[in-house]
Write a protein that binds this ligand. Structure first.
Ligand SMILES: Cc1ncc(COP(=O)(O)O)c(C=O)c1O
Length: 410
């Protein structure tokens, strides 16, 4: 019998699963109220538009041939052009040479880590951070350092030495919070002072429910340096949250020199993203990305408002939460004496409510980071206001119960 564990590469020692992906397998269990994963609501997928675009591809023999052939590793040319135009309209003048199409932005994060991290290199990450990014970075065996919470500390000369700093400036996963303009400028100052790259995750930037958009880090960097070619930023984008995640189409935007290297990684990894999916997506976004974003925002804004109202009504004193201006997540701070991992286990087993313990969102072994044990991430994306209300009410009852139990124990 082959002893597989003796054959695994050393990098696999640091590779662990994601609690969130494990819970996603429970999605078909209808009795569970899902406040856990941030899956987009299937109600807002553009079924009719996709069916029409698909029929149009098959009706045209030349397009059908392209759709079933390998795409270029860089991505389907017309989609790259569309994305370059989209980035240009958002203050990042660029060309197709600055765009690599990836299988979702998750693949973009993996490729960027592959490009930049040798074993033992330092990756700086915001605290807490998107679990998918941490799991992708883990495989390249970095040491982690946390980006200090307070931007005033970013001027600390001791902060140098990392290869990159990973941040999601808009409506972060998991906290739902957003970086202010002053913080964006301070982070660019840090990058310029220390020579590290910024990896900007733009996953949620279109899902804005209040207020005016802030410029992305890459847009501010281009404004400072005059060109994307000298910007110290790699930006990942995606259509997963605005069109549909199963198409697996995202992109990396950045200086052409880095994009050329990332294309080599793409070639060696999976040759190319599906040509059919890219063509389908292009037809759909050309026609109406704005409408799809508006519809997603309308639905999710309503759910966010409903969940915030329920939290205010039912959570006991001592529990606080973020009020996100967009995205899909609310982050709860529970009283210190509540263990959120235990709470999320009990919520699932006893009350059929799925929520994610905040402990999942901290990097392993970062010397300057103390993981929080009493935080919980809720998502309002997947289910309607009524089941969400019931789920939050059940969670609140459990929090009260655990607070009472810990008072007795003390
Ligand atoms: C912050 C963040 N970045 C990236 C991703 C990856 O998304 P995709 O690969 O579908 O583009 C997600 C998915 O939920 C996310 O929350």
């Amino acid at each position: 019998m082959t002893d597989w564990t003796s054959l695994y590469a050393s990098r696999m020692a640091g590779v662990v699963g994601s609690d969130i992906r494990e819970r996603a397998k429970l999605l078909d269990a209808r009795q569970i109220i899902h406040l856990g994963g941030g899956l987009p609501d299937p109600e807002i997928f553009p079924y009719a538009r996709l069916a029409q675009a698909s029929a149009a591809i098959w009706a045209d023999p030349a397009r059908a041939r392209t759709a079933l052939q390998y795409a270029p590793s860089e991505g389907h040319g017309p989609l790259r052009e569309w994305i370059a135009g989209h980035m240009t309209a958002r203050g990042v003048p660029c060309t197709v040479d600055n765009i690599l199409i990836t299988n979702g932005s998750q693949q973009g994060l993996d490729f960027i880590a592959k490009l930049l991290l040798s074993p033992g290199d330092t990756a700086m990450v915001e605290i807490p951070s998107f679990i998918g990014a941490l799991r992708a970075f883990d495989a390249y065996q970095p040491q982690y350092v946390g980006l200090p919470e307070d931007a005033e500390d970013w001027a600390d000369p001791a902060l140098g030495g990392a290869k990159f700093c990973y941040v999601g400036p808009d409506f972060r996963n998991p906290t739902g919070t957003t970086m202010t303009l002053a913080e964006r400028e301070a982070l660019l100052d840090l990058a310029e002072r220390t020579g590290i790259a910024i990896v900007e995750d733009g996953c949620y930037e279109d899902l804005r429910y209040d207020g005016a958009p802030l410029p992305s880090l890459i847009a501010r960097a281009v404004a400072r340096h005059g060109s994307i070619e000298s910007a110290p930023v790699l930006h990942t984008g995606t259509f997963s949250k605005t069109v549909a995640p199963s198409l697996r189409v995202g992109w990396i935007a950045g200086p052409a020199e880095a994009i050329r290297k990332l294309v080599l990684i793409k070639q060696a990894s999976d040759l190319a993203t599906s040509a059919f999916n890219q063509m389908l997506l292009l037809d759909v976004v050309r026609e109406g990305l704005g409408d799809m974003i508006a519809e997603a925002c309308r639905v999710y804004r309503g759910r966010r408002d409903a969940m915030l109202a329920t939290l205010a009504r039912v959570m006991p004193e001592g529990v606080t939460w973020t009020e996100p201006g967009g995205g899909l997540y609310i982050w709860l701070d529970l009283p210190e004496r509540i263990d959120a991992t235990l709470l999320s286990q009990r919520a699932l087993a006893e009350h059929h409510v799925s929520a994610i313990s905040g402990a999942a969102f901290y990097p392993k072994g970062a010397a300057n980071v103390t993981p929080r044990h009493n935080c919980l991430r809720l998502s309002f994306s997947m289910i309607g206001a009524e089941p969400a209300r019931i789920g939050v009410e059940r969670l609140a009852a459990l929090v009260r119960e655990m607070m009472a139990e810990s008072a007795v124990a003390a």
